[in-house]
Write a protein that binds this ligand. Structure first.
Ligand SMILES: Nc1ncnc2c1ncn2[C@@H]1O[C@H](COP(=O)(O)OP(=O)(O)OP(=O)(O)O)[C@@H](O)[C@H]1O
Ligand SMILES: Cc1ncc(COP(=O)(O)O)c(N)n1
Length: 279
């Protein structure tokens, strides 16, 4: 297991740690969404902050209910954080509706900080987390704000029409996604079969294949949220994109390996695995 680095925290000289903002939904079960993001940011040494876009009643069996917040509530939370505390990187997750996608994209357009867009479409259980009519706003408004976009295979098919069944398809999907404006595309291969979990990171010029052993562990709730939040944390810490994604991949791979059962269904990854491994 490769131990990923942590962002150095100030030596208690009164300065603040790096500050990372998640703009995502709440997962009452604690395994995905803002809960996964904040746990990831803390585990990697950052101060995590959150703009909640939607509340889900959710557990290891699926999503039992979802309620999006008014756009004004999203704007107000964002302003409270950006105007006083400051934001060094942002990760977006569940945005639920076209109106919230457009609201968040407008807020991000003026923010001079790296943005990781995890275009959350459906949960691992297949529960919808994004209205179908919001897809166009994701393509035309949200993806152009992204430093890195991190779709899984279902999400990249929804956004580009490219069905990924092989590593070559990952290249095609990345090219199609880059056409919508993100600087980098990370096409996650977690849902592909095989002994490795293989992701493709590319900006259309550089190509990085990130490979890790596939852990045959059914407790993988929140893997995409965790990866995207880790990438944003490393970007806030000054890493270049390829290095941030490589370190984030190591972090999520360890979290999956340490995943644990919870409830009667799919359990979460273990965001605290680094503490267990290195204290
Ligand atoms: N069983 C596994 N073993 C090792 N790595 C995995 C496994 N499943 C997924 N991954 C890795 O975890 C990261 C997240 O990919 P995944 O395809 O699960 O995203 P996702 O479906 O968006 O996650 P979620 O929807 O649960 O948030 C990727 O780096 C992927 O390669
Ligand atoms: C609030 C929220 N955001 C994102 C996900 C995706 O996570 P997964 O695909 O593991 O269910 C989720 N289930 N809930």
């Amino acid at each position: 297991m490769v131990l990923p680095p942590r962002i150095p925290r100030p030596s208690h000289d009164g300065s603040a740690p790096v500050r990372v903002l998640t703009v995502a939904g709440s997962d009452s079960g604690g395994g995905a969404g803002i809960q996964a993001d904040l746990k990831t940011m803390l585990a990697l040494g950052a101060h995590g902050m959150s703009v909640i876009t939607a509340v889900t009643a959710q557990n290891s069996l699926g999503v039992q209910g979802a309620w999006e917040l008014p756009a004004e509530a999203v704007r107000a939370q964002f302003r409270s954080v950006a105007d006083d505390i400051g934001v060094q990187a942002v990760k977006t997750g569940m945005l639920a509706t076209a109106e919230l996608v457009e609201t968040v994209a407008a807020l991000l357009a003026d923010l001079p900080a790296p943005v990781v867009v995890d275009p959350v479409g459906v949960s691992k259980h297949g529960d919808p987390l994004l209205a179908t009519e919001a897809l166009d706003a994701v393509r035309t408004k949200l993806l152009p704000t992204a430093t890195v976009a991190t779709p899984n295979l279902d999400e990249v098919a929804q956004l580009t029409g490219v069905r990924v069944e092989s590593e070559n398809d990952q290249r095609r999907a990345a090219g199609a996604l880059l056409g919508h404006g993100p600087r980098w595309a990370l096409i996650k291969g977690g849902h592909l079969p095989g002994g490795e979990a293989v992701d493709l990171l590319t900006d259309g010029t550089e190509e990085h294949w990130l490979r890790a052993p596939r852990h045959d562990n059914r407790h993988t709730h929140g893997t995409g949220c965790t990866l995207a939040a880790a990438i944003a944390t490393y970007l806030a810490g000054g890493y270049e994109v390829p290095q941030a994604v490589t370190a984030a991949k190591d972090y999520v791979t360890g979290a999956i390996a340490a995943g644990f059962p919870l409830g009667a269904g799919i359990g979460p990854v273990d965001h605290g695995w680094l503490r267990e491994g290195t204290d």
